[in-house]
Design a protein around this ligand. Structure first.
Ligand SMILES: Cc1cc2nc3c(=O)[nH]c(=O)nc-3n(C[C@H](O)[C@H](O)[C@H](O)COP(=O)(O)OP(=O)(O)OC[C@H]3O[C@@H](n4cnc5c(N)ncnc54)[C@H](O)[C@@H]3O)c2cc1C
Length: 398
């Protein structure tokens, strides 16, 4: 007898087959194909009907994606729209209005609209709740002024997930409100920030009286911290819990280098590779379990562990790869200032991977901050006594 899950998988398989029979990926423009796939509820099957899904278990998605890939169907370039898929979409789904979901989710998923995250500021990173960007009521909307920094992909983005201070007179966590900021309006200026790799994957964003419609507010006024927590939990799972095949990602590249360079092998490197391989496999399986535990809603603090391990492994594996390359590993392929169209942790060569992976233990919450979250919210240890020295919101002009 078939279980309910097997029934659902079989029904989905038939649906994908019927869809492909009516939509030849080789004959249709890619965008038209992606829009039709979304409208058929085959984009992300765990999303609700009418919003690209069918309210099915998330675990069924991988098989759907694999069938589309095998049929030569275009994908939505996940590396380009990673912030949209991994952070904006679950935030909009959990906290947005029905109108917002209908307006934003389809072009987000098809890749027509790229999203970025306007959270960090020069004076507020780990202490995000201390941010100083102000949103002030102006008729039916808001005027936003402040500076954001390290904003990945802002140069390609149509929308930004914006956390701003709407009330400077209440405790810092209570005075924040969450918006979607249209990156094309006057008063939004994006300037490239060159990083260690030579590329400018991230930016500084200057907001000067930028207009944001109240209908683009996500969640209630003063509820920004709660909404932002949802985004951050999803960010950690998106960075650290990606679905990979065995020996996929960085471990695959290190193992390939090992196989291709027998002359560089030493017993010490052999031992290191075996330990890293086992660690990578454990992390991959733990990531699979984490994704299975997730319903369509919000992940919990457990995603922090996956993110910490992801960062540590990427740094160790890329260092291993460089060491294996010997003196050649010191050469860097290209230092041109580029503004990449997608975020890649493993692209280009070993030198790029080594430099890019330094950021993995900072972006999406530093490893120190994530250890604090695990200690307090997963293990239930007593909270750390913190002395906040930076309280910029207190000095804001009223
Ligand atoms: C590649 C990359 C991409 C990024 N993309 C984005 C983006 O798209 N959008 C965005 O908004 N931000 C982005 N960021 C910014 C990132 O979220 C912040 O850099 C990060 O949260 C740390 O903040 P900070 O840089 O202000 O460092 P700080 O918060 O000043 O931290 C400095 C050091 O002190 C430690 N520290 C701070 N507080 C504590 C504490 N309570 N306990 C223990 N240690 C502590 C930190 O771990 C760190 O080592 C990106 C960063 C990188 C590297």
């Amino acid at each position: 007898m078939l279980t309910e899950a097997q029934d659902q998988a079989a029904a989905l398989h038939r649906q994908v087959r019927d869809f492909l029979a009516g939509h030849d990926p080789a004959a249709m423009p890619p965008l038209e194909f992606l829009r039709a796939r979304f409208d058929a509820g085959l984009a992300w099957v765990h999303y609700p009907a009418g919003l690209g899904g069918q309210g099915l278990p998330r675990s069924l998605q991988a098989a759907v994606d694999a069938e589309f890939a095998a049929a030569g169907a275009p994908d939505n370039n996940p590396a380009r729209i990673g912030i949209g898929l991994g952070m904006a979409a679950p935030t909009i789904l959990a906290f947005g209005t029905q109108e917002q979901k209908e307006r934003w989710l389809r072009p987000l998923w098809t890749g027509e609209e790229v999203w970025c995250q306007l959270f960090s500021e020069p004076g507020a990173g780990s202490d995000l709740a201390g941010l100083a960007t102000r949103a002030v009521r102006d008729g039916s909307g808001w005027r936003v002024t402040g500076q954001k920094v390290w904003t990945s992909m802002a140069h390609a983005a149509r929308w930004g997930l914006l956390l701003a201070r709407t009330d400077p007179d209440v405790p810092k966590h209570a005075g924040l409100t969450y918006f979607a900021c249209d990156m094309t309006v006057p008063g939004v200026e994006v300037r490239p920030l060159r990083q260690l790799t030579g590329e400018a994957e991230f930016n500084e964003v200057f907001l000067t009286d930028a207009g944001v419609a109240d209908t683009d507010r996500i969640g209630g006024i003063g509820e920004g911290w709660r909404v932002a927590q949802g985004t951050l939990m999803n960010e950690r799972v998106a960075i650290g819990g990606a679905a990979l095949p065995r020996e996929g990602g960085m471990i695959g590249l290190a193992a390939k280098a090992w196989r291709e360079h027998p002359e560089a092998r030493t017993p010490g490197l052999h031992d290191r590779l075996l330990r890293l391989w086992a660690d990578a496999e454990v992390a991959r399986l733990a990531g699979a379990r984490l994704r299975q535990q997730l319903a369509a809603g919000q992940p919990g603090p457990e995603g922090s562990a996956a993110k910490i391990v992801f960062a540590r492994l990427n740094q160790e594996l890329s260092a291993f790869e460089l060491e294996l390359a010997g003196a050649a590993g010191l050469r860097y392929d290209d230092w041109t200032l580029r503004r990449p169209e997608s975020v890649s942790f493993s692209g280009r060569g070993p030198g790029y991977r080594y430099l890019r992976s330094r950021g993995n233990s900072i972006e999406g919450g530093t490893s120190e901050i994530l250890r604090g979250i695990i200690a307090e919210r997963v293990l239930g240890l007593p909270a750390e006594q913190r002395t906040d020295t930076r309280v910029p919101w207190k000095d804001l002009p009223r």
